[in-house]
Design a protein around this ligand. Structure first.
Ligand code: FMN
Length: 369
C-alpha cells in the first residue's frame, strides 16, 4: 500500500518537500494519544530474543534510525513510534546553518538510492540542546547525538567547534557520535586521517567527561565507505588506542559505482553522497574489516544500504551489534522497521545462536575455526 502511495504522491513531489510532509504527519500522529499508542503497539520491536545490550543500554531491538533524518531532534518519539529502537539525531553543528542551496536531495528510484548534498542544515547545538533538555519522552528510546563541523569554521578550528557542541549536547546523549565522514562539508573528511582524528576525539572525550560527571557518555566515530582499507584499519587501531566505544560504518559515498543503468544520468551526475542499495556492498565490507581488526573490543554499528531483514542479519553476522537505516525507509515506508525486526527475530530463532549477542561477528568465528 505504501509503495502505491509513494508512486502516486511522494514520487511526484520534490524529495525534500515529501520528506517535510512525511515528517509533519509523523509529528502529528504522535500528538494523538490513541493513535500513537496503537501505532507503537503495532510497530515497536517486541521480540524477547532481540533484546540486547549495547553501549551500556538495554535495547528492545538492534535496529535504529541513522543520522540525517531527524537533524534537529524534533521527531524522536515519532520515529520510536514507528519501531526504531534507537534514534540518532543530527548532524548538529555548533552554529546554526541553512545547508546548501536547494535542490539538494535526489531520488534514484530505479537504483533504490538517494543522492544528497544537504550540507548539515540544522538549528545549531544550542537550540538542539535546549530542545532535548525540554523533551518529555513519550516512548523510551536510546538517543544518539551526532555532531559535525560548522561550515564557516576553518578546518584548523574544527576541534573547538566540536568541543562546543559536545559541551552543549553530551548530557542529553545516550551516545555521542563524531561525524567526520559527510561529503557535503568541504574538508570534513580530511579529519578522518588519524593525525587529525586523534586530537579531535581526545578533545571531545575530555569535553564530554568534563560536562557529564555522573556517567560516562559513550563516544563513537562515523566513517566513510570511501576510506582506503589501510585507513579503515588505522581508524580501527586508533579507536582501540583511545578507548573509543564504537565505530559507525558507514556514511554515504562519493563513488557512483553500483548504480544501474536505469537511473537518469543527469541525476547520477549530481554531486553529494550516494546512499541506499548501491552502498550496501562496500558498507558491509568496511564493517567486516573493522570487526576483523577490533573484534568485540568496540561496538560496531552497521549502516549503508540496509533494505531488509536479511541485510540487517548479514551486518550482525559480520560484526554489528546495532544496525541503522535511512534511504530504504523513504522507499518502503512506515512498516519497514517492523518487518526488519520481525525478520531478524525469525532468523535468530532458526540460527544456531542462542542470543543476538552470540550472532554478532559469528561469520568471523566460522572463518577462523
Ligand atoms: C538525506 C540524507 C541526509 C543525511 N544526513 C546525515 C547527517 O546529517 N549526518 C550523518 O552522519 N549522516 C547523514 N546521512 C547518512 C546516513 O546516516 C547513512 O549513513 C547513509 O545514508 C547510509 O545509510 P542508508 O543507505 O540506509 O541510507 C544522511 C543520509 C541521507 C540520505
Amino acid at each position: 500500500m505504501y509503495r502505491l502511495f509513494f508512486h502516486l504522491i511522494f514520487k511526484r513531489m520534490d524529495p525534500e518537500q515529501a520528506h517535510h510532509l512525511a515528517f509533519r504527519w509523523i509529528q502529528l500522529a504522535v500528538r494523538v494519544p490513541v493513535l500513537r499508542t496503537f501505532l507503537a503497539a503495532a510497530l515497536a520491536p517486541r521480540y524477547r530474543e532481540l533484546r540486547t545490550e549495547a553501549l551500556g543500554r538495554r535495547m528492545h531491538g538492534p535496529f535504529g534510525l541513522a543520522a540525517g533524518f531527524d537533524k534537529n531532534a524534533v521527531a524522536i518519539d515519532g520515529m520510536t513510534m514507528l519501531g526504531f529502537d534507537h534514534v540518532e539525531i543530527g548532524t548538529v553543528t555548533a552554529q546554526p546553518q541553512p545547508g546548501n542551496p536547494k535542490k539538494r536531495l535526489f531520488r534514484l528510484v530505479a537504483d533504490r538510492a538517494l543522492i544528497n548534498r544537504m550540507g548539515f542544515n540544522n538549528d545549531g547545538s544550542a537550540s538542539v540542546a535546549a530542545r532535548l533538555a525540554a523533551r518529555r519522552a513519550v516512548f523510551p528510546a536510546t538517543v544518539g547525538v551526532n555532531i559535525g563541523k560548522t561550515k564557516v569554521v576553518p578546518e584548523a578550528e574544527a576541534t573547538a567547534d566540536y568541543v562546543t557542541s559536545t559541551e552543549r549536547l553530551a548530557r542529553h546523549a545516550d551516545y555521542l557520535v563524531v561525524n567526520v565522514s559527510s561529503p557535503n562539508t568541504p574538508g570534513l573528511r580530511n579529519l578522518q586521517a588519524v593525525d587529525h582524528l586523534r586530537p579531535l576525539l581526545t578533545a571531545v572525550r575530555e569535553a564530554a567527561d568534563r560536562t557529564v560527571t555522573d556517567r560516562r557518555v559513550p563516544l563513537l566515530v562515523k566513517i566513510a565507505p570511501d576510506l582506503a582499507d589501510a585507513d579503515v584499519d588505522a581508524v580501527a587501531d586508533l579507536a582501540v588506542e583511545l578507548g573509543l566505544d564504537g565505530i559507525i560504518a558507514t556514511n554515504t559515498t562519493i563513488a557512483r559505482e553500483g548504480l544501474g543503468l536505469a537511473s537518469d544520468p543527469a541525476l547520477t551526475a549530481e554531486t553529494g553522497g550516494l546512499s541506499g542499495a548501491p552502498v550496501k556492498e562496500r558498507s558491509l565490507e568496511v564493517l567486516r574489516r573493522l570487526y576483523a581488526r577490533v573484534g568485540d573490543r568496540i561496538t560496531l554499528i552497521g549502516v549503508g544500504g540496509i533494505e531488509n531483514a536479511e541485510d540487517a542479519w548479514q551486518r550482525i553476522l559480520a560484526g554489528a551489534t546495532l544496525v541503522q537505516g535511512y534511504s530504504a525507509f523513504i522507499y518502503q515506508g512506515p512498516f519497514w522497521c517492523r518487518a526488519i525486526h520481525k525478520g531478524l527475530a525469525a532468523r535468530l530463532r532458526n540460527s544456531p545462536y542462542a542470543t543476538l549477542a552470540d550472532a554478532v561477528g559469528a561469520e568471523h568465528q566460522k572463518v577462523t575455526a
